[in-house]
Design a protein around this ligand. Structure first.
Ligand SMILES: Cc1cc2nc3c(=O)[nH]c(=O)nc-3n(C[C@H](O)[C@H](O)[C@H](O)COP(=O)(O)OP(=O)(O)OC[C@H]3O[C@@H](n4cnc5c(N)ncnc54)[C@H](O)[C@@H]3O)c2cc1C
Length: 348
């Protein structure tokens, strides 16, 4: 008998498991490596929407919590996972520069936007207008964090590297039973894989495929993340992640030539030095129609819960929705309407 079974170990599953760990709950994780969204993510945390210079949903609150959660994980796993990384937003014209200052004048935003315009001094980049710098931003090495955490739970004998077979689950009063294992609760966190889950696949998950190319360029010498029509994210050793694409039509799992060409075209509009594409990665973001996560409890089976829909800004949202779901399950606290899956009860 365990307290929880957790199905899926991307950012959502990791966040929830970490909460269980801090509350001394016992758990078992099922993970089948079928989805890659968290593993390929850029890993940036950034409270500002860079298209419109507005604050992302509950960003200030989520940022504080997320950083403290990832710092604890860093200490526990004894690996360097968080790096502070300024984000420079490239302005396309003077109008955008003015919009930046309008945003800076708003009380909630001015903590995150620098008032100094930054002139490009990197000869590898052709940037005629200035950059605006976003403050309190950084990068989590999500791939490393997931891999270290998986080893940690494997050592504790809490990991089963198998596909969860939904038809083998028996839900009873006060517990669930799965292949001889009993648990008080089960949390599904399968990302885009939830489309195979008969208990929750009524939820309108959209899915948005994202691809990055990884380039090597010795002359680029960039130490900040640059946001133009695409991001360039420094990885160290002259390597950079460039992207990502957004495609809500193609739901296949492989990398594509068209995405690579599209990213290279955009990059070459402002990168003036030589580079080599050394890798390409892809994953399907579990995105939702109303841009809010799916959190909550099954209307009929009170031991089955879900955390999903973290397709964008998963790094900031993961720890926040974990707190909410945990308090909901353990203390009976109500979930905010905007994240509660009850908002889709008519679709069941
Ligand atoms: C290209 C790209 C760039 C991104 N960049 C950023 C960024 O810079 N910053 C940011 O905050 N977010 C970013 N994201 C979004 C974000 O990191 C993830 O999309 C989000 O965290 C989703 O996490 P998840 O755990 O819900 O899903 P996933 O990461 O997909 O994890 C689900 C897990 O469940 C497992 N699973 C599924 N079905 C089963 C089953 N039946 N049995 C066992 N295991 C199962 C899968 O193998 C997988 O490991 C990006 C996403 C993409 C694709």
């Amino acid at each position: 008998m365990v307290d929880y079974i957790v199905v899926g170990f991307g950012l959502a599953g990791l966040s929830f498991v970490d909460k269980l760990e801090s509350n001394d709950k016992s758990y078992l994780v099922y993970e089948n490596s079928s989805e890659q969204s968290s593993r390929v993510a850029g890993g940036l945390y950034n409270p500002v929407i860079l298209k419109r210079f507005t604050l992302a949903w509950l960003a200030s609150e989520q940022l504080e919590l997320a950083i403290s959660v990832y710092q604890n994980i860093e200490d526990k796993l004894k690996g360097s996972l968080i790096s502070k990384l300024p984000i420079l937003r490239r302005f396309n014209d003077v109008k955008e520069q003015n919009l930046w200052f309008e945003a800076y004048d708003k009380p909630l935003l001015n903590k995150f936007l620098s008032s100094n315009l930054i002139k490009n001094e990197n000869e590898a980049l052709d940037i005629p207008f200035c950059f605006g710098k976003v403050k309190h931003t950084g990068k989590i090495d999500v791939k490393k964090m997931l891999s270290l955490y998986l080893s940690y739970i494997e050592d504790k004998k809490c990991l089963i590297k198998e596909s969860f077979e939904y038809d083998k689950l028996v839900v009873k009063e006060g517990l669930v039973e799965y292949k001889g294992i009993k648990a008080r609760n089960l949390v599904f966190s399968e990302g885009y894989g939830v489309r195979n889950n008969p208990f929750f696949n009524y939820l309108p998950l959209q899915g948005n495929k994202g691809e990055y190319i990884i380039i090597k360029s010795e002359q680029l010498k960039l130490s900040e993340a640059v946001k133009s029509s695409i991001f360039i994210i420094p990885l160290g050793d002259d390597l950079y992640k460039v992207g990502a694409t957004y495609n809500n039509q193609d739901k296949t799992s492989g990398i594509t030539k068209s995405a690579r060409e599209n990213l290279q075209n955009k990059l070459e509009r402002f990168l003036k030095v030589e580079y080599e594409v050394i890798d390409q990665v892809t994953g399907i973001r579990p995105t939702t129609r109303d841009r809010r996560p799916f959190v909550g409890t099954h209307s009929q089976y009170k031991n089955l819960h879900i955390i999903n829909g973290l397709g964008s800004r998963g790094i900031l949202i993961g720890p926040y929705v974990t707190e909410k779901l945990y308090a909901h399950i353990e203390n009976g606290e109500d979930l905010d309407e905007e994240i509660d899956i009850k908002r889709y009860s008519k679709l069941r």
